[in-house]
Design a protein around this ligand. Sequence first.
Ligand SMILES: O=C(O)CCC(=O)C(=O)O
Ligand SMILES: [Fe+2]
Length: 231
Amino acid sequence: MRVQSLTNMSFVFPNQIFVESYMLAEYMSRVQEVALRVLELMAEGLGMEDTNVFSRMVQRDGRDVLLRVNHYPLAMRHQAAAGGAVGFGEHTDPQIISVLRSNSASGLQIALRDGSWVPVEPDPASFVNVGDSMQVLTNGRYRSVRHRVVAGAGAGERARLSMIYFGAPAPAPSERIAPVPELIGDGEASRYRSFTWREYKAAAYRSRLADRRLDGIQLDAQGSPDPDDEP
Ligand SMILES: O=C(O)CCC(=O)C(=O)O
Ligand SMILES: [Fe+2]
């Protein structure tokens, strides 16, 4: 865990938010417990025999766990009183799972299938996002959710602060991520070609935030690369 290596340090975030690193490390370990439990429940929900399939992936040595802190200052809210300013552009999270906690200031929105945006009720409790890797692992049964933050949407004169735990698959560098065989139904083909987390992460850094990266690894119904896909 990246944060745990930073012992006895303090961080001052914009707006003078002061956090001791041991608090971050403690938070990381607690939020990881939540993520693992949710992953087990997700496997259970799919009727999987081994309900630890996903949770194991974010616990292994070499896992790629990250905590991001986002701050959307009040100035951003004032910037665009009408529609609100985009504080974090639309995207899907590339990892398996993200667990988000905020200070209850509004702004987070998710996209429905028809492309319309709906606000997520601000709530100090955690909000869980399915990431691209989970969509692949489950052969599309769980879908990664497009989301964005529009600072200034909704009432309230508060800056938004969010903390997101990202659990990535990060198996051994050469291990490939692909739909779990148990989740490929009878007569169904794998909908995605396999990839390593390293490849996918590199592609995510190369591409634009809003790009639909899963399109590039999607296969057609027979399991062949979709001709409309990006190379
Ligand atoms: O700040 C938020 O509420 C969401 C940010 C987000 O989607 C991300 O960091 O990936
Ligand atoms: Fe995100």
